[in-house]
Design a protein around this ligand. Structure first.
Ligand code: GLN
Length: 302
């Protein structure tokens, strides 16, 4: 497995020059586009890593998985899906179009409008410190902290997300303080993780919510089933269909360059590569995930 990961990393590196870092959040634009790392954590407790798997980067949209997990645990399925849909949007992650014209509520929890709506009803029941603690436990990573520089950078360039949040308020989806909801959403996007933390989270999801190392149950089984399904259909934004065909695994990406993935009942996978394609997905990360899935025959319909 170790040799295989190193070979996959080398092949992934060839794709790096075809992408670029996210510069709409200036602090992310300053990251080294050549960073690339992968970590695989298997159910029998073995961990394999190659490349920059220990470099910290911000979780960005992958926090939408944690956001959804907290919402389903705290408020339950019916409440969550009375506020947010479960359909792929086919639009960019920060689009307002479909929200305004075709739907009275966000398409799904994996795009910005859905996650901001969720943050708005989480915010009165779970504050940032509680969400930080929840994230640390799910990622088995006590070192996760708020990256203040990225958070400040996004806060001062949040016009689009602010527009989404006020549109949600105008439609009656956000009933709480809009600015506080936005702030919680952006802080959660600014948590610093590693490819290893994502592999840890992936393994917990692969194991139905149980930490296989300690035997502790962190999430309910039916909550995890919903999360994995929505990751599969919506986790790579408007690239989700392509990812389903080529990779065939639940996956969630973030513009920080991370990808969280898993092979059900087998392993968690974490990837870091901040050079992104036009849809905001790690360009080399997707290639590495495709190769890993192909070589280990992990595709859901292999
Ligand atoms: N914080 C980012 C934003 O709201 C997250 C987007 C992403 O990772 N796709 O724009």
């Amino acid at each position: 497995m170790q040799t295989r990961l190193e070979e996959i990393l080398e092949k992934g590196q060839e794709k790096v020059p075809y992408g670029k870092t996210a510069d709409y959040i200036p602090e992310l634009g300053r990251r080294d586009p050549n960073h690339l790392g992968i970590c695989v954590f298997t159910k029998d407790g073995k961990k394999y890593q190659a490349g920059d798997s220990q470099i910290r980067f911000t979780i960005q949209s992958i926090s939408k998985v944690i956001n959804l997990a907290a919402a389903l645990e705290q408020r339950g399925f019916d409440y969550v899906f009375s506020k947010v849909g479960m359909e792929p949007s086919g639009e960019a992650f920060n689009s307002l179009v479909e929200l305004d014209l075709t739907s009275s509520y966000p398409f799904n929890p994996m795009i910005n409008s859905g996650a901001i709506a969720i943050a708005s009803f989480l915010q009165p029941i779970m504050d940032f410190e509680e969400m930080l603690d929840f994230s640390r436990r799910l990622c088995m990573d006590p070192e996760i902290t708020l990256d203040e520089a990225v958070c400040r950078s996004e806060m001062s360039h949040a016009s689009r997300n602010r527009a989404i949040a006020y549109l949600l308020e105008s439609k009656g989806i956000i009933e709480n303080d809009v600015e506080k909801s936005l702030q919680l959403y952006i802080k959660l996007c600014s948590l610093s993780v590693t490819a290893e933390s994502l592999a840890n989270l992936g393994l917990i999801l692969a194991c139905g919510g149980i930490n296989p190392v300690t035997g502790e149950r962190l999430l309910k089984e039916d909550v995890v089933r919903v999360i994995k399904t929505i990751m599969f259909t919506c986790g790579m934004y408007d690239g989700s269909g392509t990812s389903a065909v080529y990779v065939g695994l639940p996956a969630k990406s973030g513009v920080g360059g991370g990808i969280l993935s898993l092979a059900d009942k087998k392993m968690g996978i974490g990837i870091y590569g901040p050079s992104l394609d036009q849809k905001g997905n790690s360009i080399a990360g997707q290639e590495m995930l495709r190769l890993l899935s192909k070589e280990l025959k992990l595709h859901l319909f292999a």
